[in-house]
Design a protein around this ligand. Sequence first.
Ligand code: SAH
Length: 464
Amino acid sequence: MEFLPLFHNLRGARVLVVGGGEIALRKSRLLADAGAVLRVVAPEIGTELRELIGSSGGEQILRGYSEADLNGCVLIIAATDDEPLNAQVSADARQRGVPVNVVDAPALCSVIFPAIVDRSPLVIAVSSGGDAPVLARLIRAKMESWIPPTYGHLAGLAARFRHQVKKLLPNVQQRRAFWEEVFQGPIADRQLAGQGAEAERLLQAKIDGEAPPATGEVYLVGAGPGDPDLLTFKALRLMQQADVVLYDRLVAPAILELCRRDADRIYVGKQRAEHALPQDQINQQLVALAKQGKRVVRLKGGDPFIFGRGGEEIEELAANGIPFQVVPGITAASGCAAYAGIPLTHRDYAQSVRFVTGHLKDGTSDLPWKDLVSPAQTLVFYMGLIGLPIICSELIKHGRSADTPAALIQQGTTFNQRVFTGTLANLPQLVAEHEVHAPTLVIVGEVVTLRDKLKWFEGAQAGV
Ligand code: SAH
């Protein structure tokens, strides 16, 4: 090990920064965050750095560096672009036995700055010993996405109960087991979901020896339109914790793959008119699984609250007192539009966008057609393939021009994406010609013409 990682308590301690530019500013910010008192020495100091020095009660010295600047400092940072000067500062600091960091020159450093994930009071530091700082930063970025922003609140929760738990469990092994349960179970879930009071209540109950509630939890998770890269961090995290996953036909296999390996997977998909599992049975199953204490992920294509019947599912959960969370997803309209190069609104073409179900009851025209024909409005039809001939003819009948541009996007955002553009007049014909099948989204409006200029995603080549 080239460097031993230590965490430095700088609160109230004086730190010398030699240099007044961008890099000095970046380092000074970190130092100020840690409560250091800055002494910045440079012939010129940038405005932002001056403000930082002012607000953190430090001092600025507008001249060249001199050895005496080290007096009283517990840490030295050389952040100038003058190499001999940096080397001089390093030598002086080492002479006095004070830790020194020279930016971008590991050989001159006795201490180095790691890449940091800050979830104070929890702080994670990653270092490559100065050999590959970019690598350390990439690892940091991975952790940033993995560790929820509120993770530090868990440490806060533990701090508030530490003494009580220590009194209750004098044995260190028992204590470790206790905290492991807390950090990996429903108490942590509550805290991370922003329900701090409930987390405290459950933790107190656990300390008081009350049996933990047997109820699990249901996460209603939007899986996005297909490309696994469009999942949210939160969706992925909950998918990785699940005991059971209930999923739809619309959820891509590549996304299902990302769920915890040993989670039970239950297919509850629905096909148009042919329901694999009626909605009320899905609702009941969610309740039953949660009552067994399971963490249940209900994975839905796109966004659970957009034509996803998510509302009905959580109504049932709420009625049964089952805790739940809803994680929004990228809805098919956003995903398909972006990957097809069709902005849903545009200052020249569309001032509003409307998401409409194309699933017509009894095959009749039961949509508010008059509201749908305004020219400056983009229409997005979900589930519109079967009813497409009716949709197109009704729009034309109610006054939208037969020349209005329109697009079909099949399996949008996936590598099988196919896009066909035409007009209200010939769209149904395109479906037959190219054997377009579900899931397909229909976009109607002038914005469709922008695709020629803005398309960037290839998907399948066929017919594009
Ligand atoms: N909750 C989902 C929509 C469910 S309704 C969401 O927010 O996206 C199902 C309809 O969504 C399909 O009939 C189709 O019109 C549309 N859809 C979903 N994913 C799609 C995709 N990847 N490509 C094209 N259309 C899609």
